[in-house]
Design a protein around this ligand. Structure first.
Ligand code: GRF
Length: 188
């Protein structure tokens, strides 16, 4: 599949996916990275990997429809077939959802439907949960709301700090996201 990755920050999931393309596990290609924060570190990662970047500041546009039409044009120019959200901190609008039905997935650092939205790990810690995990789901217009494709849970050790938990979450994400992308790509 020709994939676009949408991100807003560090881009460690982008890196994990492209690393699995480079080592031959995935037969897909990341043809575009879409970033809504022009200073996000994921941009440097994408440039280093030779991937086209479209970065934009939503504040420069009248509304979501206007910038999503531009994103859609970039996707079409790059022949994007599938969209992977990886830390993209923005709800998608109908322009993109209608153009890519069942072709957009997201990763979220909780066992959905628990702890939707921002700082899911902080929410889970505040609740004192003993089992945490990662979910990958199809994207619809609701935040973290689409049908779940895969989940992976782990037990939280009493002595783990928030940083330890974040590291564990990332380790799980970096294994699970390439696996799910592979399964979806092979099922097409
Ligand atoms: C991940 O924890 C993901 O679950 C969440 O945002 C984070 C992105 O991390 N949606 P990164 O930018 O891929 O490092």
């Amino acid at each position: 599949m020709k994939i676009a990755v949408f991100a807003s920050g560090n881009g460690s999931n982008f890196q994990a996916i492209i690393d699995r393309i480079k080592d031959g596990y995935l037969k897909d290609e990341i043809v575009l990275v879409v970033v809504d924060k022009p200073d996000a570190y994921v941009i440097a990662r994408a440039i280093k990997e030779g991937v086209n970047v479209f970065s934009f500041n939503p504040k420069d546009y009248r509304d979501k429809k206007t910038y999503e039409e531009l994103i859609l044009r970039k996707c079409r120019e790059n022949k994007v077939e599938f969209i992977v959200l990886a830390g993209y901190m923005r709800l998608l609008g109908n322009t993109l959802l209608a153009a890519y039905p069942d072709k957009i997935i997201n990763i979220h650092p909780s066992l959905l439907p628990a702890f939707k939205g921002k700082d899911a790990i902080g929410q889970a810690i505040a609740y004192g949960v003993k089992v945490m995990g990662v979910s990958i789901h199809y994207v619809n217009k609701e935040m973290d709301g689409g049908r779940i494709i895969a989940q992976k849970a782990f037990e939280v050790d009493e002595c783990w700090s928030k940083e330890d938990i974040e590291a564990k979450i990332h380790q799980v994400e970096h294994e699970l996201y390439p696996k799910v992308i592979k399964e979806i790509g092979e099922g097409l």
